[in-house]
Design a protein around this ligand. Structure first.
Ligand code: TYD
Length: 137
């Protein structure tokens, strides 16, 4: 399973760090929406869904968390533990977010506005969706 991670450049100097991200240069889409998740309880698992079209970049800008990815055939666990690491998640990928440190802030850059009809929230439906797309090829 191919996982795309981005290592962003930090402009550090004696005042601290700054990371600047530009669409198409640092990640491959136009950003229509930004959201962030924080104050997540340690035993909470978020996500439990896939998207039909949405592309996202996940950056844990403070603290750490883990991301479980599942393409319907293989799974992978990715640790996001620094503000210069971006995880690119395309559509057709089941994701869960968990093991949030108490100070974790997970920033998400998204290619589309919020649209509930783009969500697949049932895992069996996700598997059927992947199977149907593969049989089209
Ligand atoms: P939810 O999809 O449950 O979050 P997660 O994927 O982290 O488990 O979203 C939580 C709530 O926030 C839900 O009521 C929908 C709302 N929401 C928006 O209004 N806009 C957004 O961009 C997102 C991601 C969620």
């Amino acid at each position: 399973m191919e996982i795309r991670k981005f290592n962003f450049e930090a402009h550090g100097d004696d005042r601290g760090q700054l990371v600047a991200l530009e669409q198409y240069k640092d990640f491959p889409f136009e950003v229509k929406r930004v959201y962030y998740i924080y104050d997540t309880l340690t035993d909470v698992v978020r996500g439990h869904h896939a998207h039909k079209c949405l592309k996202q970049v996940l950056i844990c800008v403070h603290g750490s968390c883990k991301i479980h990815l599942d393409n319907g055939h293989e799974t992978e666990e990715i640790l996001l533990d620094r503000p210069t690491l971006g995880l690119y998640i395309e559509n057709d990928m089941w994701r869960e977010m968990y093991d949030f440190s108490p100070d974790a802030v997970l920033l998400v850059l998204a290619s589309e506005l919020y649209d509930e009809s783009d969500y697949i929230r049932d895992y069996d439906e996700f598997l059927k969706f992947v199977e149907a797309k593969e049989s089209e090829k």
